[in-house]
Write a protein that binds this ligand. Structure first.
Ligand code: CO
Length: 169
């Protein structure tokens, strides 16, 4: 396993759409192992492949549930198939260091995906895990959490990122 460098906003790569995985082969298994190691080292509760420069529909999540009800998992070609409820909670992203903002998300989601053993999984999640899943699936479409803020709030945040020298344009 190897820890991979995480791309930092405004990298153009994290704005691209990721491609569907067509074969869960050895190379993909290695990518998943490396993504897990990178997520734990950060440390983070989720990571999407484009964040480490791999434009593939792969995410890893580990909500660090103290009761150990949720195990770390890798999801391949994840799809939001149902969602309801509405909740605003603070969120951050490994690609945008030192920024946390309240982001509106669905409270509950159902996600369909493949696991690393090529088994189809249907995952029902709420609260933190639901939020992580929505955040990471957004990454596969080139969407960042700052895009989910109100237009006024987004302007403020972009100005702040520019001021701290994290944005060149
Ligand atoms: Co993120």
């Amino acid at each position: 396993m190897a820890k991979l460098p995480i791309l930092i906003y405004p990298s153009p790569v994290i704005r691209k759409k990721s491609l569907k995985v067509t074969s869960i082969n050895g190379e993909l298994q290695r990518l998943i192992d490396d993504m897990m190691e990178t997520m734990y080292a950060a440390p983070g509760v989720g990571l999407a492949a484009p964040q480490v420069g791999a434009l593939r529909q792969v995410i890893v999540v580990d909500p660090h549930d103290e009761r150990k009800l949720t195990k770390p998992m890798a999801l391949i070609n994840p799809e939001l198939v149902a969602a309801d409820g509405h909740i605003v909670e603070e969120e951050g992203c490994l690609c945008i260091p030192d920024l946390r903002e309240g982001v509106p998300r669905f409270k509950r989601v159902v996600v369909k995906a493949y696991d690393r053993n090529e088994k189809e999984v249907v995952l029902e999640a709420s609260d933190l895990l639901a939020r992580i899943l929505q955040h990471e699936i957004d990454h596969l479409n080139g969407v960042l959490f700052i895009d989910r803020l109100s237009p006024a709030k987004r302007q403020l945040v972009k100005r702040r990122l520019k001021k701290t020298g994290k944005v060149s344009s």
